[in-house]
Design a protein around this ligand. Sequence first.
Ligand code: CA
Length: 264
Amino acid sequence: MKKLSLMLAFVLVFALVLVACGDETETSSTPATESSVAATESSEAATEESSEAATEESSEAATEESSEAATEESSEASTEESTEPPVAGTDNLAAGKSYTSTPLFRAGGAEVGWGWDENAPVAYPDEEDKSMTDGVIAAADTVYTDAIWAGWNHNTPAYAETGYSAITVDLGEVKDLAKAVMHLGSSGLGSGIGAGNMVVEVAVSTDGETFETVGAVVPEDDAASCVVETVIEFEAVASAQYVQFRMIRGGWMFVSEVEVYGAE
Ligand SMILES: [Ca+2]
C-alpha cells in the first residue's frame, strides 16, 4: 500500500512537471512569435522609413534639380532678354522669290461707293503678281495711281476673318533670319492711304501652315513723303522658309516691296 501511494505520488509529480513544462513552452513560444512579428513589423517600419526617406531624398533631389533647371532657364531667359537683336546680313533673301497674299481690294467704283465687290476688278493691282519682290521700290514723289503700288484694304472678307491683310514670301528653303523690311505708302499719297494708325507684324513658318510672330512695329507715317521704310528687327534669330508680313490698319495699305534679311 505504501508502495502504491509512492507510485501515485511520483506519477502526480511527473504529471505536474509535464504540465509546467507545457506552460513554459507555450509562454516561451508566444513571446518568440511576438518578437518575430515585432521584428517583422520593425523591419517593415524600417523599410517604410528608409523607403520614405529615399522618396523624400529623391524628391528633394528632384526638387533641387528642377529648381536648378528653373534657375538655369530663368538665367538663360534673362540673358536672352538682355541680348541685342540679332545682326542682319545685307543680302535681301526675298529678292525675286515667289509669294502669296490675301486678296487685294476689289471695288465697284464711285457709282456704288467703292465698297468691296468680289466681282469687280482689283482697284490697285499687283502687276503680274511679282511686284512685291521685284526690287523696284516706290520713290518719295510717286503717286498712288502708279503701277508700282499694290493696294490692300481692311474692308474685305479675308481681313474680317483674320484681322489683317498679309503678304507671305516663300524663301525656297529654311534659313536663319534676323530682319524684315516693308516699303509702305505714307499719308503723303493722299486719299486715306498711309501708315498712320498701322501695325506691321511679321510671322514666320517652316511649313507654310503654322506661323509664329517674331516682331512687330508701328510705322512712322510721314505726311511730307509718299513712302515709309519700315524695319522689323526680330527679337531672336528665326529659322524659317516662309515670312508673312501682316498689315493691320483700318483703311488703305499700299506696298511697293518687302525684303527679308538673314542672320550673320
Ligand atoms: Ca516692287
